[in-house]
Design a protein around this ligand. Structure first.
Ligand SMILES: NC(=O)c1ccc[n+]([C@@H]2O[C@H](COP(=O)([O-])OP(=O)(O)OC[C@H]3O[C@@H](n4cnc5c(N)ncnc54)[C@H](OP(=O)(O)O)[C@@H]3O)[C@@H](O)[C@H]2O)c1
Length: 266
């Protein structure tokens, strides 16, 4: 892959992307340049052959795909500074920044750049992200490249930009919801006899296996539930008690509350 990528903002997400792309072999280390103001935290990437800099202009000169991974409140200043150096025919813009709309970037950069807005989740660190992507002005080759980049780091889906807030809730907040579900399983597991270590292993691997069943067999959750529920058995008794206590309803209400918060307050 001969495209060069500059990652502006070598924090948690920026470094996870750089490491994932290198370890998958999709992009050679020498074709990645990553920036942050204090580069001392990026020594492990230098050791692997990645170029590291505190100079964003150097990154722009180096790469054709420019991936912005600074905090939301930092992006405006970064884009305004870089605008004179960005060339529409050369540079493609990728933003993983939560809550920053394509039109806001276009107000700063003009309408002629290929722009991608991307929403990964924290599982990108282990190349298991669910990444939602939307774009404007991009051609087929650019769309394929960006999809390929994030396919190295998990699964991808293209969505309309108006669904980006919903994607943030379901995929990014969703990691926290899943963790809380697993934690509750651990607490229950300890109550029925396991120590915390074994309960954690059983809970996490069971949830991983359940998710893989759906992903690999493309089945509906109820089909898989039917396979576990014996008439008058313990699974259906427990499941129904959870529903009487508001299990599904509380999850749906939580998702809806997160969505209202992101749309109205952020
Ligand atoms: N973490 C996630 O899972 C996740 C998921 C989806 C979206 N996001 C979005 O991804 C973005 C980054 O999140 P994060 O968790 O990686 O944050 P982070 O760890 O704080 O990383 C941001 C990095 O940007 C660097 N930076 C700040 N100003 C800069 C500048 N002018 N030039 C170059 N680098 C600069 C900072 O380093 P210095 O201070 O040394 O410059 C810092 O390392 C956020 O906008 C967030 O909304 C994150």
């Amino acid at each position: 892959m001969s495209n060069k990528i500059a990652i502006i903002g070598g924090g948690n997400l920026g470094t996870a992307i750089a490491e994932g792309l290198m370890s998958s072999g999709f992009i050679k280390a020498e074709n990645i340049l990553i920036t942050k103001r204090n580069t001392s935290t990026l020594k492990h990437l230098v050791d692997k052959g990645v170029q590291v800099s505190s100079n964003n202009e150097e990154a722009i000169n180096f790469a054709d795909y420019i991936l912005f991974a600074v905090k939301p409140f930092q992006i405006k200043e970064v884009l305004v500074k870089l605008k004179p150096k960005l060339i529409t025919k050369k540079h493609k813009i990728i933003s993983v920044i939560t809550g920053v709309w394509i039109k806001e970037m276009q107000e700063l950069l003009g309408n002629n750049f290929s722009i991608f807005r991307v929403m990964p989740n924290t599982a990108i660190a282990i190349k298991e992200s669910m990444t939602c992507i939307t774009h404007d002005n991009a051609n087929e080759e650019e769309i394929k490249f960006v999809a390929d980049v994030f396919n190295q780091l998990g699964k991808t889906v293209f969505i309309e930009e108006k669904l980006m807030d919903a994607a943030t809730v379901l995929a990014a907040c969703g990691t926290a919801y899943a963790m809380r579900y697993i934690r509750a399983n651990i607490q229950g597991g300890i109550e029925i006899g396991f120590n915390a270590t074994i309960a954690s292993l059983i809970a996490a691997q069971t949830v991983k296996g359940a998710a893989e069943l759906l992903l690999q067999k493309n089945t509906h959750p109820e089909q898989e539930i039917d396979k576990v529920t014996t008439p008058k058995g313990c699974t259906i008794a427990g499941l129904n008690e959870m529903e009487h206590q508001g299990f599904s309803s509380s999850l749906i209400k939580g998702i809806s509350t997160s969505y209202k918060k992101i749309v109205h307050d952020m």
